[in-house]
Design a protein. Sequence first.
Length: 334
Amino acid sequence: MRAETREAGAAVARLLARNGDRLAALGEQLRAQPPAVVVTCARGSSDHAATYGKYLIETLVGVPVASAAPSVVSIFDAPVATQSALCVAISQSGRSPDLLATVEAYRRGGAAVVALVNDEESPLATGADTLLALSAGAERSVAATKSCIAAMAGLAALVAAWSDDAALKAALADLPAMLDAAVARDWSAGVEPLADARQMFVIGRGYGFGAAQECALKLKETCQLQAEPFSAAEVRHGPMAIVGEGFPVLALATSDAAGEDVVSVARAFAERGATVLRAHAGDLSGTLPAAAAHPAIEPILMLASFYGMAERLSRRRGLDPDQPPHLAKVTRTL
């Protein structure tokens, strides 16, 4: 897990270099014939990348995004009828039966399919209308790290090409080097406060919510810690009632208005005596240092730093982060 996290910058550099022409062509196509809706199809870490992509597409392009429920097709065998839809499928392996069935149903319904896949020989990759190869390379740790970061970067690159956003394109060009710095950033201060924790919240909002989901999953997978992700808005609707003295909270705050709301919630929790670990983009002197960048890129950088913390925390808790119990690298759900 540690070694693969350190490869994230190189993986994103490969992704951007290999897919430049395809992204440019896809961007032109989507601007000329924009879909009425985008449907994402993914599970696990890939679905967290899809959440991140949803916020990017809806804020920078303005097209609504929905997450497909694979069981609608794989269990209920319900037909899918689409008009002017784009299906964006995201997977490390590209081989899960329910994902493949769902994508095929959307294709039969008339949707164009864009696949972000690490295994370029997989059925998902070879059957897509447009393949964006994640180019992360072999990933041996059960816990996905560099492939999730590559998926998020790939979605950001897709949206940059579609929106023709110069600022986001420039941020993506800087992303590989910034990831190298983020991976090296020291988040070890988060280890001891969570060494004996049994449950916690991970808070994000906007571009940072998908990263919060991913952090919570990794804490479950590698640390056997019941971490639950919440939007800084949603956590106010009931869940915050259980936050009190010593309750652990990880807060991921971007440098935009959404991040300011995360800071506000984190401050309120700290006033109740909660143990708050906060990363705020632009604060390199804090407990969890985080660099400022384009707000859409900041969650990817925080995630790269977090993976190192999760790996250390897992070992501190006497676990093996590379081999979580009862899990396999490729999950073939039906």
